[in-house]
Ligand binder design. Structure first.
Ligand code: ZZB
Length: 265
């Protein structure tokens, strides 16, 4: 599977994370790295990143902060860091240096850097259905186009105390990025409604919703925003990806096929 790894610089750690991390990352900048198959939903340049309203981690998942080089460190699962070390993302090749081990539950409440015009304060929030065995274990949230992200955002807003978050952390509304003929400018909310999905626990229906949203976005979607506004998703997708990679905001991240376990499996 060919993902795009999205780099999101930490602006301020949660108090719990701060305590664990201390001085252990040295002078390195730390980035959460999210793996996505839909880079076109978060078109970014140096000053803006559209679509993203927050980032998700799994509270029961163990993460690490790994030195990428002398200046940067990446927060992801150990499994992902190992893969990165064989793709020249983490150097030297094949070698990983874990600076910190940290449970997902402690990362919640961390704020990521958003020098973006639209969403200035983007928080790390908990999601039940994050798989430790896929991608980096960090998921960038695009509730306009991802049914899982949209439903999780609704759950968090309904029960912030239960999920251990401040209501304000989940206050950013979905931002329209792609329009589709069948579902309009908010594909994920429309599909969630159509399938009568009630919570994150409706995993079967969510898998179906994801399938629908993927297909509709890819084959019939048009970009509403950013440099490639007006173009079809099929056309814009590789261009958005290449532009973000060129600007140093993302990198190509692949996973060996046999090791990928899909969430719907
Ligand atoms: C942003 C985004 C925007 C995504 C969207 C999807 C959609 P798949 O197809 O099952 O391989 N993801 C990545 N890693 C994980 C993980 N460890 N656990 C759970 N979910 C994860 O799923 C790949 C997508 O699932 C990725 O692309 C990521 O969310 C999430 F508008 O990134 B995506 C219709 C989907 N729309």
């Amino acid at each position: 599977t060919e993902y795009t790894g999205i780099k999101m610089e930490v602006a301020e750690w949660s108090p719990a994370a701060k305590e664990i991390i201390g001085e252990k990352v040295g002078g390195r900048k730390v980035f959460l790295v999210a793996a996505t198959l839909r880079p076109e939903t978060i078109p970014a340049n140096m000053s803006q990143r559209y679509g993203q309203t927050n980032t998700f981690v799994g509270t029961a998942i163990k993460y690490g902060i790994f030195a990428a080089n002398d200046k940067e460190a990446y927060l992801c699962t150990l499994r992902a860091a190992r893969n990165m070390a064989f793709q020249d993302i983490i150097t030297p090749r094949g070698h990983i240096e874990q600076l910190v081990e940290i449970p997902g539950s402690k990362i919640v409440g961390t704020r990521i850097n958003a020098p973006y015009a639209i969403n200035p304060q983007v928080y790390v929030l908990p999601m039940d259905n994050v798989l430790a065995t896929k991608g980096t274990g960090v998921v960038t949230s695009v509730p306009s186009d991802s049914p899982d992200d949209y439903q999780t955002l609704l759950d968090l807003r309904k029960k912030p105390e239960f999920y251990g978050i401040e209501p304000s952390w989940a206050s950013i509304d979905p931002v329209p990025v792609i329009s589709t003929p069948t579902y309009g400018e908010m594909t994920a909310p429309a599909v969630v409604k159509q399938l009568k999905i009630q919570s994150q626990k409706d995993t079967k229906q969510l898998a179906e919703a994801k399938e629908i949203a993927y297909k509709e976005g890819f084959y019939n979607g048009t970009m509403l925003i950013g440099e490639f506004k007006g173009q079809s998703v099929q056309e814009a997708k590789p261009k958005v990806r290449d532009a973000m990679i060129k600007d140093g905001l993302a990198f190509a991240y692949a996973e060996p096929e046999g090791l990928v376990i899909s969430r719907s499996a």
